[in-house]
Design a protein around this ligand. Structure first.
Ligand SMILES: Nc1ncnc2c1ncn2[C@@H]1O[C@H](COP(=O)(O)OP(=O)(O)O)[C@@H](O)[C@H]1O
Ligand SMILES: [Mg+2]
Length: 262
């Protein structure tokens, strides 16, 4: 098995590790443990970012946190996603993955919902020493809005750009970005996005961060600004996470424009 010395970024969608249809935080235990085992079989360096799922979106919606500032809602949502992070980190450590939670609220400032700055020195040192930093969708302070919802998808793109990580995969609950026949689209580039755009929508569940369309837009922007290719695959199916970590191309590939590819 080829072990990459370059770190990999893996996102675990809230739709995979939680029951997103629930009106409170519910973990999908069996899926979380299966994924933790798959992750433990990979020997390289990695950063894991997980979505907030029903631990975040339900409360963000209830307190209207995507629309305005509500201090009580910020605390309830943040405390809730921290609980999920703790469950994810525990599951990973049970399988021998040296995972440490890094809560975005403690190290990030946004402006109008976009990351303005994130403290990264701890994450770099963790990677150097063989730990696996685990970040997640969270409420964070915002210079204009008071606080804002920060999606795991935005975190993934930001970390890839800032840390120059070129292999990233977003494990979600579908076989990739699906076309109008429900078949995964093999590749999307900034050039071909217009053709597929009308098939890609928000989440089917309660979601305040844009669902599949939000994901694709973050990754397309990253491919444009940094020439990075990423994958959206189904982490709800056994072995896919392991396959992605070990270098297989699965699901939908989001790549830079052919015209500007280097
Ligand atoms: N074209 C599409 N292909 C796949 N999923 C889509 C598409 N359009 C909308 N969706 C919805 O977006 C969801 C994925 O987004 P989301 O729920 O935010 O996932 P995650 O929890 O992994 O962030 C899918 O489960 C589906 O309900
Ligand atoms: Mg999402």
């Amino acid at each position: 098995m080829k072990v990459s010395t370059e770190p990999v970024i893996l996102k675990l969608g809230g739709s995979v590790i939680t029951d997103k249809a629930a009106d409170q935080g519910i973990v999908r235990e069996a899926d979380l443990l299966r994924i933790a085992k798959e992750v433990s079989e990979y020997r390289g360096k990695m950063i894991i970012v997980h979505g907030a799922g029903s631990f975040g979106h339900t409360y963000a919606k209830k307190y209207g946190l995507d629309m305005g500032f509500d201090p009580e809602g910020v605390i309830i949502t943040h405390e809730s996603v921290k609980k999920l992070a703790s469950r994810v980190v525990d599951a990973l450590n049970e399988y021998g993955v040296r995972a440490i939670a890094v809560h975005p609220m403690g190290c990030t400032v946004c402006r109008n919902g976009r990351i303005e700055s994130m403290y990264l020195d701890n994450i770099k040192l963790m990677l150097e020493k063989g730990f696996v930093p685990v970040l997640h969708g969270d409420m964070v302070m915002d210079l204009e809005l008071g606080a804002c919802v920060l999606s795991g998808d935005q975190i993934v793109a930001y970390l890839a750009k800032e840390l120059r990580i070129t292999r990233l995969g977003l494990g979600s609950a579908e076989d990739g970005v699906l076309d109008n026949n429900g078949k995964p689209i093999l590749e999307i580039t900034p050039e071909t996005f217009e053709t597929f755009k009308h098939h890609i929508r928000g989440s089917g569940s309660t979601d305040v961060t844009g669902g599949m369309l939000g994901k694709v837009q973050e990754l397309l922007e990253l491919s444009k600004t940094s020439c990075i290719t990423s994958y959206i695959f189904n982490a709800g199916k056994g072995n896919n996470t392991y396959r992605f970590l070990n270098g297989e191309s699965i699901g939908t590939k989001i790549s830079p424009d052919k015209r500007v590819e280097v």
